[in-house]
Design a protein around this ligand. Structure first.
Ligand code: PNS
Length: 162
């Protein structure tokens, strides 16, 4: 059983994330989508909300587990017997940070690879931050996030979100 782990903040999940998740799930036996609780970041959506939106958006993918994790990703990956960490790359600007993370994680556990999937060109401009900014200012986010979570996001911002 070849398990991969796809970590992220997913604050909130975007169509770009979903594209990477679908493609990665097609390349391994089991994909664990891991919602990170990062002590350095104050997310807009709670970890439970982020997990719930991911669950709604991925109902049709069978070899998927959505989890919340904290602490070091590599420890969690090891605990789950994952053989690879998979992440999406949009631009050169992502690369520097991701390379640093990949090399650090490799240093911590040489047996776990980091695999990068290039973004679908249609989503190369897209980020959770952009979605939050649009939603906070009543801009359209249709097509930028999975249809299944559109109302959840609008509702959250409608209730005084910024
Ligand atoms: O790209 P993102 O969405 O900001 O990624 C968030 C996440 C959770 C994947 C990242 O912050 C992470 O890996 N956090 C766990 C802490 C860790 O293992 N850091 C790497 C070694 S310093």
């Amino acid at each position: 059983m070849r398990t991969w782990i796809c970590p992220g903040s997913f604050d909130p999940v975007t169509s770009g994330h979903l594209d990477i998740i679908k493609r990665a799930a097609g390349m391994c036996d089991k994909l664990i989508v891991a919602v990170g609780v990062n002590y350095k970041k104050k997310p807009f959506f709670s970890a439970e909300e982020r997990k719930s939106m991911l669950e709604k958006a991925t109902e049709d993918i069978s070899n998927l587990e959505i989890v919340i994790f904290s602490g070091l990703l590599i420890d969690y990956a090891r605990e789950k017997h994952a053989v690879a960490i998979v992440k999406g790359l949009r631009a050169v600007s992502d690369f520097e940070y991701e390379l640093q993370m990949a090399l650090l994680n490799k240093r911590l556990d040489e047996s776990i690879e980091t695999i990068f999937l290039m973004t679908n060109i249609n989503y190369s401009f897209l980020s959770s931050r952009a979605v939050r900014e649009l939603a906070a200012n009543s801009g359209s986010i249709e097509g930028l996030v999975p249809d299944e979570v559109l109302e959840d996001i609008k509702r959250k911002f409608g209730k005084g979100g910024k």
